[in-house]
Design a protein around this ligand. Structure first.
Ligand code: XMP
Length: 570
């Protein structure tokens, strides 16, 4: 809705109709539950009787039918993926300016089998007789398919029809137009106090910091960047230069790399590494708060929290893990409890934060950066102790009918569960992504498949060996990552991917103990991801440069979608 220029908020399903008085329209979203399950989410039925236009999507359609006396049943089979929608000729307003046959995206098993009284069926698919329905007199509309995803090309038109024709909204929202109001609010919250930030160097914390700089004076906005020793090449200098360009006067870099790397010295297992990093963050933050008097009454804490972080179900599971650690910092907890906190971006989505950043004149190099995980290179530098981190004792790959099963395990996700399995290496790129997927389905010992791009010796002769998060290995990964970043940037390929992790795995030869894996993917929110293939010429050039990196024995290309592979290898 906001992309269409109309202000919209997300509210929990328990919200009472009375609390939504004055809204011009309500959308009831999809969700994984079944309306007949005990405890499944529902809405205040008064919302459907208040005379306000309502659009139900997927579960929202089923809920509307259920609450108004229609019938919802479990389908004989599910409908997942593309479907052909046939729209009735008298479908009316929400299908205005839309051709009668459309491709739409479906993801459901339950369906409405009998609409409530007063409703008309507006559209159908082969599997779903009630793919859209409406009681136009009461301004209640519902669709079983998902108009909000890119796979439903007419979806934006449907949402726009609902917003402007049915609800009668006018455009009233432009994130860049909010800057003045946000700055006023910062001044109001801060009063005579100053603001202190732990900045990551990423888009959110930098934009939040900049807004405070503008609202207050540079002397009153302190920022601390913690160098964990797990950052990419040039990162600390990049962040320092950005803050200098913003006019920050009280910006400091705290080098905690010795503490982080010391604490991580013997860690191999992915979750253990994450835990240690979280604990270290807590320690450094508490130490800073204690030693710099930021806890006294002259200070409030600034944070780059954005809107999805404040929505109950938002955030990725793993970023949550890191954030729980942050939240547990007693000093921060105290500041939050005392209301001594300012979150200038708490009302904005990521794209809106970028728009505000552009309006503030922040550099495109900062605003268009790929997302980078908080634990940094630690989760892209795989470790092994000869036991837990290795699949088989000798550390040798095993021949399988499809290729080589490497003695290296990585994290994956299947169903809703985490997996930790071996990697299948194949000699050539398969003709299609389906072929790559079927290789994983055929081999239940693996959760990933990679293609060999270059190896210094045949894979059969390479071995996995014990390896830690040492400065030496991090430097190797940092170099490889910098090469890949610079070459994909210069060629423009970085615009075709959402993220491009470069991973170091402890699989190589004497004198060249590690290999590099390239993982270019596309994604909308990191929850699912699809592999992106790089042009052959570019891949050859990158491999030629990676060959020259000290200690590197091979280059592989990850061909695994998420699921079953996660984006990070851990
Ligand atoms: P996975 O590996 O779960 O990653 O497929 C999904 C997205 O989340 C990012 N990621 C993180 N981001 N802190 C973050 O801020 C974290 O601890 C973290 N772990 C993973 C990952 O880079 C990808 O974009």
């Amino acid at each position: 809705m906001r992309d269409l220029g109309v202000y919209a908020e997300v509210a929990p399903s328990e919200t009472r109709a009375g609390d939504l008085a004055g809204r011009r329209g309500i959308i009831v979203s999809g969700g994984p539950a079944s309306v007949y399950d005990a405890g499944s989410p529902t809405i205040d039925p008064q919302l459907l009787r208040a005379g306000v236009p309502v659009l139900g999507i997927c579960y929202g359609q089923q809920l509307m039918a259920h609450l108004l006396g229609g019938t919802v049943q479990r389908g004989e089979r599910g409908e997942y993926g593309f479907a052909q929608l046939e729209i009735a000729s008298d479908a009316g307003r929400i299908f205005r300016e839309i051709a009668p046959r459309q491709q739409v995206w479906m993801s459901h098993r339950d369906l409405v089998t009998r609409p409530p009284e007063g409703f008309h069926v507006l559209a159908r698919t082969e599997t779903c007789a009630v793919a859209a329905m409406a009681d136009a007199a009461k301004r209640l509309y519902a669709v079983q398919f998902h108009p909000e995803v890119a796979h439903t090309p007419c979806g934006t038109q449907i949402l726009s029809n609902f917003l402007f024709d049915v609800c009668g909204c006018a455009t009233d929202w432009d994130p860049a137009g909010q800057i003045q109001g946000v700055e006023d609010r910062i001044r109001e919250v801060a009063g005579a106090r100053s603001v202190f930030f732990f900045v990551s160097g990423g888009v959110d914390s930098t934009v939040a910091y900049t807004l405070c700089l503008r609202a207050l004076t540079p002397e009153r906005v302190h920022g601390l960047y913690v160098d964990t020793g797990l950052m990419r090449e040039g990162e600390t200098e990049f962040v320092r230069a950005n803050f200098a360009a913003l006019g920050a006067k009280a910006f400091a870099v705290h080098d905690a790399s010795a503490e982080f790397l010391g604490a991580l010295a013997g860690a191999v297992e992915p979750e253990r590494k994450r835990h240690i990093i979280g604990e270290e963050f807590v320690r450094v933050q508490q130490q800073t708060l204690d030693s710099e008097h930021y806890l006294d009454g002259h200070w409030i804490l600034g944070q780059g929290t954005i809107y999805p972080d404040t929505i109950e179900s938002g955030g990725t599971a793993k970023s949550e893990l890191i954030k729980t650690h942050h939240n547990r910092v007693a000093g921060i907890q105290r500041l939050i409890e005392e209301g001594r906190i300012v979150e200038p971006l708490a009302n904005f989505y990521k794209d809106e934060v970028r728009a505000i950043g552009r309006e503030l004149g922040l550099s495109p190099a900062l605003l268009e950066r790929h997302p980078f995980p908080g634990p940094g290179l630690a989760i892209r530098c795989l470790c092994a102790d000869g036991g837990g981190g290795l699949e088989n004792d000798g550390g040798a790959p095993e021949k399988s009918p499809d290729g080589w099963v490497l003695p290296v395990r990585s994290v994956g996700v299947q169903g809703d569960s985490r997996t930790y399995r071996s990697v299948l290496a194949i000699e050539d790129f398969p003709a299609s992504q389906e072929e790559a997927a079927s290789l994983i389905n055929r081999n239940d010992r693996v959760n990933r498949v990679v293609a060999e791009v270059w190896t210094a010796a045949p894979v059969a002769q390479m071995r996995a060996r014990p390896a830690a998060l040492s400065r030496e290995r991090l430097a190797r990964l940092r170099r490889a990552d910098a090469i890949v970043r610079s070459m994909t940037h210069d060629s423009g390929f970085d615009h075709f991917v959402w993220q491009l992790p470069v991973v170091l795995i402890p699989f190589g030869l004497d004198g060249r103990p590690d290999s590099i894996v390239l993982r270019p993917i596309n994604s909308v929110d990191g929850m699912t991801a699809s592999v992106v293939r790089m042009p052959k010429g570019l891949l050859a050039e990158i491999a030629a440069q990676l060959k020259a990196v000290e200690g590197v024995a091979g280059v592989f290309y990850d061909l695994t979608n998420k699921p079953p592979g996660t984006i990070e290898w851990e």
